[in-house]
Design a protein around this ligand. Structure first.
Ligand code: SF4
Length: 264
């Protein structure tokens, strides 16, 4: 319990750090190379940052499997940039689709779950790419949209971002875009702009996990044809989505309906 308290106390509020940095800039517009994992996640980040920064969105995601999915996501990113209003400028760069880098760096992902060590390697090599490119092109800052995801730990992401920044010699823009209802806003923006929202993180392993979840749901719906089904979650592709199977009452009518919860 004591250790848990220490952990909670030591958590850094990266949204507050970003707010403080913006205050210090005092209206001076700096440039930021924003690594983006996908159009929906970038929507809120661009909306928020574009009030203060000149932004270039960098789509560098060789983790994405299969190739068709990669091209679908990159095209969606380009479309989003065309649609999104901005104040100080909004450009786009597509990085390399060098898939071997993902398989070298995150080789252990096959034996891990999302959020474990291989995912940190997956964040790191993409942040390194952004930092090196940002430095060579003379950007003031680099950062990533990844912290908007409820599945990604902003403490890890910012720690890795700062380490990479120190190694390469460029400033890292702190972020925790899920704060201030950022994730909710990204869902709204994606709906308003008609963006394609994928339902798995990106790599072949996350796709397999998604397929297993889908199969489970399908099976359970078929097995419970006579029951009421309640689906919860912020959107159709939310990975927190749950399917609740409400079993009919027993014949005597006094039993409480049982609730089976299956995570999608
Ligand atoms: S689950 Fe996402 S972050 Fe983790 S390795 Fe796969 S693509 Fe990368």
């Amino acid at each position: 319990m004591q250790n848990q308290n220490i952990k909670i106390k030591n958590k850094i509020n990266y949204q507050r750090k970003l707010d403080d940095l913006i205050k210090e800039l005092n209206g001076k517009v700096k440039s930021v190379l924003l690594h983006s994992c996908c159009a929906p996640c970038s929507s809120y980040c661009v909306e928020y940052l574009s009030k203060y920064f000149k932004i270039t969105v960098l789509f560098y995601n060789p983790n994405i499997y299969p190739r068709e999915e990669y091209f679908r996501r990159v095209e969606e990113q380009k479309e989003f940039i065309k649609k999104m209003p901005n104040i100080h400028g909004l450009d786009f760069i597509e990085g390399d689709y060098d898939t071997h880098v993902f398989y070298e760096k995150a080789a252990s992902r096959a034996n891990e779950h999302e959020g474990e060590e291989a995912c940190q390697e997956c964040y790191k090599f993409r942040l390194e790419y952004a930092a090196k490119l940002g430095k060579s092109l003379g950007y003031d800052y680099f950062t990533t949209t990844l912290s908007i995801s409820p599945h990604k730990n902003s403490q890890d992401l910012n720690r890795i971002g700062e380490e990479v920044a120190n190694q390469i010699g460029i400033s890292h823009l702190p972020s925790d875009f899920k704060k201030k209802n950022g994730f909710k806003r990204s869902v709204e923006l994606s709906e308003n702009l008609g963006l394609y929202r994928q339902d798995y993180c990106g790599c072949v392993y996350s796709k397999k996990e998604r397929d297993i979840r889908f199969d489970k749901i399908q099976k359970s719906i078929e097995e419970n044809k006579d029951s009421k089904i309640l689906i919860t979650g912020c959107s159709d592709d939310c990975r927190h989505r749950q399917v609740h199977i409400i079993k009919p009452k027993s014949e005597c009518g006094i039993s409480i309906p049982s609730l089976n919860v299956i995570q999608k």
